[in-house]
Design a binder for this molecule. Structure first.
Ligand code: C5P
Length: 242
């Protein structure tokens, strides 16, 4: 299959001026921008407006996790402010995710779920009372997510085969932890290149510092988008031991 994934740039900055600078620099190659807890807590709706006024797609990455009624209200608010994608924690459970799906029904906003945070390993899960591997738990939470009627999951590239086995091809997989060859891992533990993420079948690549902290963000974005051209999704796991 030949399907080029979208690159979502993580706007992990602190001011709307920094948002403007980045969108100005990247606009030609990048349609999707992610606003997470850091920027939203500082600048809130002003940052959202900066993305939407430019006609860009917005992923509101606030990872809602609360009682169903509260999450439904938050998802409805995300739809109202123009988010094209919003997320919840799958561990909030089936009723919470169904409430999120209902809140976005009839809109074009994709609601996706975080399965297991990529900062957690088997041992961290065990400490929370969950036996079994991260991979098994991702598969379990993906099944709940599909059953609740959500549109996809956020996960590491390494978990894509397990997710596709449960969610099928039409299910969106959003993958952070992307690093072009030669770029510092920063605090990401298991990183892959843009090409490998695309070959593994990721639909959306979330990229932050390799673009936003580059000396030339526009050139960095262009190089990543260029690397994705013509990549074919492989049926065997292209990650191997990466
Ligand atoms: O700078 P970097 O490319 O590491 O940024 C990745 C972005 O993806 C950050 O905004 C981070 O919060 C987010 N993210 C992640 N891992 C997850 C979920 C979200 O790195 N499991």
């Amino acid at each position: 299959m030949n399907r080029r994934p979208e690159v979502i740039v993580a706007l992990d900055v602190e001011t709307v001026e920094a948002v403007d600078l980045l969108i100005n620099a990247l606009s030609e190659d990048i349609q999707w921008y992610k606003i997470g807890k850091q920027l939203f807590t500082r600048c809130g709706h002003a940052a959202v407006q900066r993305v939407k006024e430019r006609g860009k797609k917005l992923f509101l990455d606030l990872k809602f996790h609360d009682i169903p009624n509260t999450v439904a209200g938050a998802v409805a608010a995300a739809v109202a402010i123009g988010a094209d994608m919003v997320n919840v924690h799958a561990s909030g459970g089936s009723e919470m995710m169904k409430a999120a799906a209902r809140a976005a029904a009839g809109s074009d906003t994709e609601v996706i779920a975080v399965t297991v945070l990529t900062s957690m390993d088997d041992e961290a899960l065990r400490a929370c009372g969950i036996d079994g591997s991260v991979r098994d738990h991702v598969a379990r939470l993906t099944a709940l997510t599909v059953d609740a009627g959500l549109d996809g999951v956020v996960a590491s590239v390494h978990e894509i085969p397990a997710i596709r086995a449960v969610g099928g091809e039409a299910f969106s997989v959003v993958t952070p932890g992307i690093r072009p060859a030669g770029f510092a891992a920063d605090d990401q533990k298991r990183i892959v290149t843009p090409r490998i993420a695309a070959a593994a079948g990721s639909n959306y690549l979330v990229v932050g510092r390799p673009i936003t902290r580059a000396a030339d963000p526009a050139a960095a974005a262009k190089a990543i988008v260029g690397e994705l051209a013509g990549v074919t999704v492989e049926t065997r796991d292209p990650c191997g031991d990466c």
